[in-house]
Ligand binder design. Sequence first.
Ligand SMILES: [Fe+2]
Length: 236
Amino acid sequence: MIPDHIMNLFERLVNGAREKAKDEITLKMIQWKVDHTWRVVETGREILEGEKGQDWDKSRAMSTFLLHDVGRFEQALLGSYSDKTTGVNHAFLGAEMLEKASFKDKEIIEAVHDHSLPVYEGPNVYTKLVKDADQLTIVGEEYQLERLPEQKIASEDVLRTIEKGIKLDTAISVGRIDQLLAYWNWKKFLYFKTSKKIFQNRKYDEMLLTKLRSIDSSGKTEKWLRKSTDLLSTTV
Ligand SMILES: [Fe+2]
């Protein structure tokens, strides 16, 4: 399903970063992103399987899933995966790396470039696919939350944005509660029906609620969530 030349390119980019890694921690960080990538490939495959009958190129979609985070491998060399901390937009860097490697598929490069934008309303279906696959994967990944600072109460900005039903830019999240709320906000903006189904099948609402209760035992955020949003109305 993923063409050999794409697999080779992916491996070349991963190994290029590994060769430059100065210590075990950096190598581990690169490996986390390799593992994340394969989870995105699997989730992406699930979306494709549920969305049969769409007129898209499956192998191009699978290649986009595989290549979407190549910028993370170079970013890891700077000691963090945070675009904020490193001052590097990993998605833009990834697109640049592909161009530098003389990769020619413009639609894939565009999808890699745009996969991390808070809002994407353009016509590229591969961008939409990879955004859904990436977000569904991230919600299920423990370490994504653990690397963020602890937080007692959610940020006002985050609460107001979610109340308005607007897509949240995770750049405004300052800690774990904000991030959990951002995950719920993402659910609302998934592009494909199958993605919404996957969110449900994986019982993400239940999982996020358990996490929220362990972080905010006062129950204040949960109460707000139930009163001021419809995010839990159909599940827990
Ligand atoms: Fe990414």
